[in-house]
Structure formats: C-alpha cells, structure tokens
Design a protein around this ligand. Structure first.
Ligand code: MG
Length: 251
C-alpha cells in the first residue's frame, strides 16, 4: 500500500501532463521593470539662442575681462579685449585658464579677419584651442586655403582631418562645440584609456568621438604621459585671430 502511494505521488498528474504538452505562453515582463526613475537629471536652462551659455556653464570669457586667464609664460594674460572680443597682439604668447579641467563640454567662437592672399597654408589665421593644455583643435582659415587636411580647421592637429569642411567665409564668426573626455591612466602611469573628442564646427559634426593618439606634436609621433587636470589654452601663432563667448560645462 505504501509503495503504491509513493508511486502515485511520483507519477505526474493528468493535469500536469496536459500542461507539459501545451504550455501557456511566456508572459512578457511588466513594463515597470525597465523604467528608471532616479536619479532625476537636474534642470538646466539652455541659452536663449544656440551658443549662449546654459545655466550651469562656467563663463571663461564673456566679452569683458580676462581675469580667469593667465599667460602660459606666467603673469597676467597679455591679450586685448575690444568690442566684446579677445584679440591676440603679435607675438604676445599663448594664454590659458587659471582653472584646470578634466572632461568638459566646451564652446568657443573664433574669427579670422580678412587677410591678404599671400597669407597661405598654416599662416592664414592660425591659432588653436588646447584641451588640458596638450591636445589641439586647430583654428585656421581653410575654407579655400589648401593645407594638410589633418591641419585644417576642424582637425585635431596632426591626428584627425575633419569629416567635412564646415567653415564660413572669413571674416565671419565660427563656433566650436567640443566634447572632450580626458585620458585615464593607471597608477604606474601607463595609459588606461585615450582621450576622446567629438567636435561640431558651426553646428556640423567634424569629429565623432575619436580616440587621440597622444598630446599634439608638430614633429613626430605623439606619446602619452600621465597627467591630471589641465587648463584650456589658446594658441598665439603670430596670426591675428579673435575669440569670443567661451564657456564650458564640467562633465
Ligand atoms: Mg594652430
């Protein structure tokens, strides 16, 4: 009797057999399982027009003063402020922000004045924006000015040519919007992750999340060296370039 009972318990019931032959459809997971409710992204009021700083931006140059900047050689920034723009006096040297930064979203507007036709190639409105003082986004009048393509406007100098030439004719104002991710280093100083940049020139994508090969080099192959936060630098290349409306957001 006991053996029969055990056997009956071990055998699947008629209902279980029917279910195995014809299983119910797998129910879809509840939609709430893939909803994320926190943390809530903070509200940021965008600028009234494109290019105007949003509410959480750090203003690096608002057209008035250079108090947040210094000469790369030390001392106050020797550039000139006129009519809301920043002018580079000849051979005054590069300037940089006093504050140092890592990952940023950076907005910069720049303008190359009308220059005589004998100013050609890399000598036609050359300047540059260095992220962390090391990685140059080229500034140059290259709408109709042939030069090496990894040295034209929109390039990451000597590393990446721009995807397209989205320059406006000089002497119009141009804008860069740059997303910069700083390189990461291991404790022993070796590279963990390269720097990355995404760049819009006049609102047009010219660099799409490219990995940098190292700091900008005029000659030779770039090589990473471990570093921490660094300043935003503007290059003096002995060319009369102007800047205005410079702001960034820390990422
Ligand atoms: Mg340059």
């Amino acid at each position: 009797m006991t053996k029969l009972l055990v056997l009956a318990l071990l055998l699947p019931s008629a209902a279980a057999l029917a279910q195995a032959a014809n299983p119910p459809p797998n129910p879809l997971p509840r939609p709430e399982l893939t909803e994320v409710w926190s943390p809530v992204p903070p509200k940021v009021t965008p600028g009234a027009t494109i290019g105007q700083p949003p509410s959480d931006a750090i203003l690096l140059f608002d057209g008035k003063d250079l108090s947040g900047w210094e000469s790369v050689k030390g001392g106050p920034a020797p550039w000139t402020v006129r009519d809301g723009a920043l002018l580079i006096p000849p051979k005054s040297g590069a300037i940089q922000t006093r504050e140092k930064f890592g990952d940023v979203q950076l907005h910069v507007e720049w303008m190359v004045p009308m220059l005589p036709p004998d100013r050609k190639g890399q000598d036609r409105g050359n300047s540059g924006i260095f992220l962390q003082g090391l990685y140059e986004v080229q500034v140059l009048d290259t709408l109709d000015n042939p030069t090496y393509v990894n040295g034209q406007a929109g390039s990451i100098y000597k590393q990446y040519a721009p995807l397209v030439n989205a320059q406006r004719p000089a002497p119009q104002w141009q804008s860069y919007d740059i997303v910069y991710m700083a390189p990461r280093f291991y404790g022993d100083g070796s590279l963990a992750e390269p720097a990355r940049m995404t760049i819009f020139l006049n609102g047009v994508l010219v660099q799409n999340n490219v990995p940098l090969r190292g700091p900008t080099e005029y000659r030779g192959i770039p090589l990473y060296k471990a570093h921490g936060d660094g300043p935003i630098q503007l290059q003096d290349h002995n060319n009369p370039v102007q800047y205005r409306n410079i702001w960034l957001r820390k990422l």
